[in-house]
Design a protein around this ligand. Structure first.
Ligand SMILES: *Cc1c(COP(=O)(O)O)cnc(C)c1O
Length: 485
C-alpha cells in the first residue's frame, strides 16, 4: 500500500492535481519486516485423515500432494542484488523445468492438444501487455491491443461456418469452456424460460452453464458411440412443448469423440412442432470444430442452418501454446443481449473483461501459415493415424473403438496408473483414450503400443487380474474381454 501511495503521489503531484498530504505523513514510515510469518498448520491431523479417505477413491488422486513438489517462493537475501545468487537460482529452476516440459511433451497422448508448432517469431511480443478488453468490434481507450488480428481471425471462422461478415458477432475466448458459457448464455437471453437439452456425454462445461444460470436442464441418452440418441431427444422435447428448447449439439464428445447429427436434431425439433423461433442450438465444437469441416461425410456446421452459436478451442487441434478459443454467434442475438447496457462506453457482451491479446496473434499466425488446405491435410493424417492405432490395438487383443468421424481411439483402461501417467492418458471408468493430434506420429504410436503390450503381459501374468470388459462403454463388438472376444 505504502509503495503504491508513493508512486501515486509522485505522479499526481507532477500533474499538480491533488491536495498536499498532511505534513506529519512520512512516506518512509514503512513497516520494518514486511515478510508475514508462516502460518502453523494446526489442522495437520485432520488433513491426514482426509487423505487416507481419498485414497480409496479411484479416479481423483489427492495423494500426490502438490505442496510437497511445489516451488516455494523464497525471499531474496539482502545482498542478492550484489551477488547475483538469486538470478542464478531462478535460472537453474527454469532450466530444469524446461527439460521436464520437453520430456512431458514427448510422452503425451491423452488430451486433444496439438503440441506441434513453432511460434519462435512471436517471441518478440512477450514484452508487451496486450489486452483486448471488452468487445472486439469496439475500440477501447487502451491502445495496446490486437483487435486487428482478432477480427481477422473471426472473419476466417465466419467464412468457415458460412455467415456473412455483417451478420455475425464473436470473440476470442479464454478456452472452449468460455465459448460454451457464452453460447448457452445467448440462448438463455433469447429464451429466458427455455429448457436446456444436452446429451449425457456432453462436456461438463455445459452443465456448469446450466448451474451458473440456474436453467432447467434435461439430459438426453446417448448411443453406444457416444452420439445423442435422437429418439430420446424427441420424446423429451415433446414432454415440454410449452417451453422453448435450448439445445447443445456436440461436434466431438470429450471421451469418445462422437459427433451429434445436427441435421437429425433439427429434424426432430421440427417433427415435434418447434418452429425456428422456438429453439436455439449451440454447437460445442471445442474438440473437432476445426476438423469436421474437412471430413467428407461429417454433418456440416453452418449458419445457413438454424443454429445460434458455435465455439471451438484454439489450443486443441489448432495448436496454440496458450489456452484460447473462438465463439461465433449471430449479431442479432448480441444486439438483444447487450441492449440493456448501452450506458457503458463500450458494449459489454463478453464473459471476461480483460482478454488475452496474445492469443489472437498466435491464432492469426497459424491460420495464415496453414490455411484451410493445411488443416485439411492435418485432419487426413490424424484420421489415418487413428485408424492405424485402433488396428494395432485390436491385433494385439486389446478392445478398442474408433468412431467414423473421429481421431479419438477408446480402449481398455491400463491396469497400471504409472503407465497411464507416463503417457498422460485420460481415463473414465474402464476406458482410456488417445486423441490422435497432428504431433502424434506413427513412430510414437508404435512405441506406445509396444510398451502397452509388454506391460499387459506382466499385469495379466499370474491370472490375478483380467482385461476390463468395456462392452457397456463401447458395445460388445468392440470389446475383447474374456467374455466377448
Ligand atoms: C475440451 C472440451 C471442452 C472445453 O474446452 P476447454 O478449452 O478445455 O475449456 C468443451 N467441450 C468439449 C467437447 C471438449 O472436448
Amino acid at each position: 500500500m505504502v509503495r503504491s501511495n508513493d508512486v501515486m503521489t509522485d505522479e499526481l503531484s507532477i500533474a499538480g492535481a491533488v491536495e498536499q498530504l498532511p505534513k506529519d505523513f512520512h512516506l518512509k514510515s514503512v513497516i520494518k519486516d514486511p515478510v508475514p510469518p508462516i502460518v502453523e498448520n494446526n489442522g495437520s491431523v485432520n488433513a491426514e485423515a482426509n487423505m487416507s479417505e481419498a485414497k480409496h477413491k479411484r479416479d481423483i488422486v489427492l495423494g500426490r500432494n502438490i505442496h510437497t513438489t511445489c516451488l516455494e517462493v523464497t525471499e531474496p537475501d539482502a545482498d542478492d542484488e550484489i551477488t547475483g545468487d538469486r538470478e542464478a537460482y531462478m535460472a537453474g529452476v527454469l532450466a530444469k523445468y524446461r527439460k521436464s516440459l520437453i520430456e512431458r511433451t514427448k510422452h503425451h497422448l491423452g488430451y486433444p492438444y496439438n503440441l506441434d508448432f513453432d511460434y519462435g517469431s512471436l517471441a518478440q511480443l512477450q514484452h508487451f501487455s496486450i489486452n483486448n478488453l471488452g468487445d472486439p468490434f469496439i475500440e477501447s481507450n487502451y491502445g495496446v491491443h490486437s483487435r486487428q488480428f482478432e477480427v481477422g481471425v473471426l472473419d476466417w471462422f465466419a467464412r468457415l461456418w458460412e455467415i456473412e461478415k455483417d451478420e455475425y458477432w464473436g470473440y476470442i475466448t479464454n478456452c472452449g469452456t468460455e465459448g460454451n458459457l457464452h453460447g448457452i448464455l445467448v440462448g438463455r437471453e433469447v429464451f429466458p424460460d427455455g429448457i436446456l437439452y444436452a446429451s449425457r456425454e456432453t462436456h461438463y462445461s455445459i452443465f456448469k452453464a446450466a448451474r451458473m444460470y440456474r436453467m432447467e436442464c434435461v439430459k438426453i441418452d446417448t448411443l453406444c458411440s457416444g452420439e445423442i440418441d435422437c429418439d430420446d431427444f424427441k420424446a423429451k422435447i415433446l414432454l415440454n412443448k410449452d417451453k422453448p428448447a435450448i439445445v447443445n449439439v456436440n461436434i466431438g464428445t470429450t471421451v469418445k469423440g462422437a459427433v451429434d447429427d445436427i441435421d437429425l436434431v433439427i429434424k426432430k425439433l421440427e417433427e415435434a412442432g418447434f418452429s425456428q423461433d422456438r429453439f436455439y442450438i449451440h454447437c460445442d465444437g471445442a474438440l473437432f470444430g476445426l476438423m469436421m469441416p474437412f471430413v467428407k461425410r461429417a454433418p456440416k456446421v453452418s449458419f445457413k442452418k438454424p443454429i445460434g452459436s458455435v465455439s471451438v478451442s484454439g489450443h486443441k487441434f489448432v495448436g496454440c501454446p496458450m489456452p484460447c478459443g473462438v465463439l461465433i454467434t449471430r449479431l442479432e442475438h448480441i444486439n438483444a443481449l447487450s441492449r440493456n447496457v448501452e450506458y457503458l462506453a463500450s458494449r459489454d457482451a463478453t464473459i471476461m473483461g480483460s482478454r488475452n491479446g496474445h492469443a489472437p496473434i498466435f491464432l492469426w499466425y497459424t491460420l495464415n501459415r496453414k490455411g484451410y488446405r493445411g488443416f485439411q491435410k492435418e485432419v487426413q493424417k490424424c484420421l489415418r493415424n487413428a485408424h492405424y492405432l485402433k488396428d494395432r490395438l485390436r491385433e494385439a487383443g486389446i478392445g478398442a473403438m474408433l468412431n467414423e468421424l473421429s481421431s479419438t481411439v477408446v480402449f481398455e483402461r491400463p491396469h497400471d496408473e504409472e503407465f497411464t501417467r507416463r503417457w498422460q492418458l485420460a481415463c473414465q471408468g474402464n476406458i482410456a483414450h488417445v486423441v490422435v493430434m497432428p504431433n502424434i506420429t506413427i513412430e510414437k504410436l508404435d512405441k506406445f503400443v509396444d510398451e502397452l503390450v509388454q506391460n499387459r503381459a506382466t499385469w495379466f501374468e499370474d491370472g490375478k487380474c483380467k482385461p476390463h470388459c468395456i462392452a457397456s462403454d463401447v458395445g460388445e463388438k468392440n470389446c475383447l474381454c474374456a467374455l466377448h472376444k
